[in-house]
Design a protein around this ligand. Structure first.
Ligand code: S3P
Length: 441
């Protein structure tokens, strides 16, 4: 079966209201926390993507059952450390860095060794960032070069730690928080800004977790070994998935769009701040608070004359998965856009900073690269007519989405491979594009 699509024309004007797939970070966290709760948690609108289905398979292998009825998953938890782990258990996190790093935090009391594996892309990623704090808790880890496969053996003699998390990684922070849940005493994390869904969810569950600001860090204190009850959660739309439709609308002609019920947590909406600084007029309406998370409808209109940006790096963590598509806007903006300190982009599902530079040059944009900083020389009149073939990008879903949005807004004749990568995070992507009028073969 072919695993590519072809796009040979731009999208026509549209005016649409859509919903995007549910939030991936929140879906994974809700499953993993339900696996530690006492009783049956009910989660509706769970994202049914590969990363999330792998999370469900993972807890099942650890002895936690779940059922699905209509739109609701019921997850049967037995409380903290309530896994029953068979000998020689192998967990496969597939493509998901989030699942792999978070599940390690829930295995810190495992009495038998558990092996964690992943796909080709995940097996290239660095795990030293979680191995270091896990070892400080007292956990035994075996791995070659800090990469998967990893074997983890827990202990009954965990000790709480004080840890400085300097990367600004929510995966590392959450791995430590999850370890702390199973550890006696109070664990303290000084963490650089990153998405805070875990903290909000634990607060919603009345778990004893305290977050304050100290010396430019978030100080998070977690009291370990407190059981919490099962819960209900309704997962909102994913801003990372919405971002591709935001840019599609912005760069198309005479078009507008409303994206309903998207999670607009401050730690996630860097893309909106960045694009509005570039002259877009993206609005959030019907704001609501749900279980500590902000949800809103996003209103976008096309905009012709966008300006370049000198992007403040304090926005990096809140837009870390969106820079690929933000760079496309910079390619169409007037002037030179500057982005700094984006080394973390190269630690994702593929080396996204390297690939972004290659991609922008491929479509005729001048890019200067100095280590982790890039300058993008925008061309407001940029249109494409050549043929492009997108292949070999480690099946990175977000590079696939970027290629489609580029084809639909700038033109050219595109053959884009690894269509299946959309199943990682946004299985509805092509269906929604077609609904708003995109011609995709
Ligand atoms: C995620 C955190 C981010 C992000 C990833 C999802 C999460 O990674 O890139 O797609 O759900 O915690 P880092 O925490 O490594 O920055």
């Amino acid at each position: 079966m072919t695993n590519h699509i072809s796009i040979r024309q731009k999208i026509n004007n549209f005016s649409k209201k859509i919903k995007v797939s549910s939030d991936k970070s929140i879906s994974i966290r809700s499953i993993l926390l339900a696996s530690q709760a006492v009783g049956i948690s009910k989660i509706s609108n769970l994202l049914e993507s590969e990363d999330v289905l792998n999370s469900l398979k993972t807890i099942k292998k650890l002895g936690i059952n779940f059922t699905k009825h209509k739109n609701i998953y019921s997850i049967h938890g037995f409380g903290l450390n309530g896994f029953s782990i068979k000998k020689k258990t192998v967990l496969n996190a597939g493509n998901s860095g989030t699942l792999a790093r978070l599940i390690l935090g829930l295995l810190v009391r495992s009495k038998s060794k558990v092996k964690l594996i992943g796909d080709k892309s995940l097996s290239k990623r660095d795990f030293s960032r979680v191995i270091k704090p896990l070892e400080l808790f007292g956990v035994k880890i075996e791995s070659k070069n800090n990469k998967l496969p990893i074997k983890i053996l827990g202990t009954d003699f965990l000790r709480p730690i004080k840890y400085k998390e300097n990367i600004g990684s929510a995966q590392v922070k959450t791995c430590i928080i999850f370890s702390a849940l199973n550890t006696p005493g109070i664990t303290e994390i000084y963490s650089k800004n990153s998405r805070n869904h875990t903290e909000l969810m634990l607060k919603y569950l009345n778990y004893p977790i305290k977050v304050t600001k100290k010396f430019g860090y978030q100080k998070i204190s977690i009291q370990g070994l407190r059981q919490f009850k099962c819960f209900k959660y309704n997962v909102p739309g994913d801003i990372s998935s919405a971002s591709f439709f935001i840019v599609l609308t912005l760069l198309s002609e005479n078009s507008k769009m409303v994206i309903e019920k998207v999670n607009v947590n401050e730690s996630r909406i860097g893309i909106i701040s960045i694009l509005n600084k570039m002259g877009a007029n993206i609005k959030l309406k019907n704001k609501k608070i749900y279980n500590g998370e902000k949800i809103a409808d996003i209103y976008i209109k096309s905009k012709n004359n966008l300006n370049s940006i000198n992007c403040p790096s304090k926005l990096n963590s809140s837009a870390i998965d969106e820079f690929l598509i933000i760079f496309l806007v910079a390619a169409k903006a007037k002037g030179i856009s500057k982005f700094r300190d984006l080394g973390e982009m190269n630690k994702k599902e593929s080396k996204r900073l390297d690939l972004a530079v290659k991609f922008l040059r491929l479509i005729g944009i001048k890019v200067e690269r100095f280590k982790n900083n890039i300058n993008i020389h925008g061309k407001p009149d940029l249109t494409l007519s050549k043929s492009f073939e997108m292949k070999n990008f480690l099946k990175d879903h977000r590079i696939f989405f970027l290629s489609c949005i580029t084809a639909l807004t700038l033109g050219g004749k595109w053959k884009i491979y690894d269509k299946d990568s959309i199943n990682t995070s946004f299985p509805e992507f092509l269906k929604i594009l077609r609904k708003i009028g995109a011609k995709i073969n």
